[in-house]
Design a protein. Structure first.
Length: 121
C-alpha cells in the first residue's frame, strides 16, 4: 500500500489590495484560514498527522476542523514546535497535531518536520 501525503498551503506573502484597511486584511486572513480548516474538516480518511502553521490557522484547525477539546502534549518535534495528540472527542482520535508557529524555524524546518513524521529523516 502506498502512502500519500497531501498538502494544502497558502502564499506566505501578505496579500495587499488597494485602499486596504487593517480590518479588511484581518477579515481576508480569517476567510483564508476558514477555507484551510474546512478542507481538513471534509477529509473522509484519518490522516497520519496534521500540521497547521500560524496562529489563526492552527487555532481553527484544532478547535473547528479537528473538534479538539483535549489533547495530550507529546513534546516538541523541533525547538519551539509542539506536537499534541488529539483526544478521544476529536474527529481523528489519537492523531499527532503539530502546531507550527509562523515565526519559528528557517526555510527547511517545515520540511524536516514532515520528514520526521514520515520516518524519512
Amino acid at each position: 500500500m502506498t502512502t500519500v501525503n497531501a498538502v494544502c498551503y497558502t502564499c506566505r506573502k501578505l496579500l495587499e489590495l488597494g485602499n486596504d484597511t487593517k480590518e479588511s486584511a484581518l477579515l481576508r486572513s480569517v476567510k483564508i484560514s476558514d477555507g484551510v480548516q474546512s478542507l481538513i474538516a471534509r477529509l473522509n480518511i484519518t490522516p497520519a498527522f496534521v500540521i497547521a502553521k500560524d496562529g489563526i490557522t492552527s487555532s481553527n484547525a484544532g478547535t473547528k476542523a479537528l473538534a479538539m477539546k483535549r489533547a495530550n502534549v507529546l513534546g516538541q518535534i523541533q525547538p519551539g514546535i509542539p506536537v499534541w495528540q488529539t483526544g478521544d472527542e476529536s474527529r481523528f482520535l489519537k492523531t499527532p497535531y503539530v502546531i507550527f508557529p509562523g515565526n519559528t524555524g528557517d526555510e527547511t524546518t517545515l520540511r524536516k518536520t514532515v520528514e520526521i513524521l514520515t520516518g524519512k529523516e
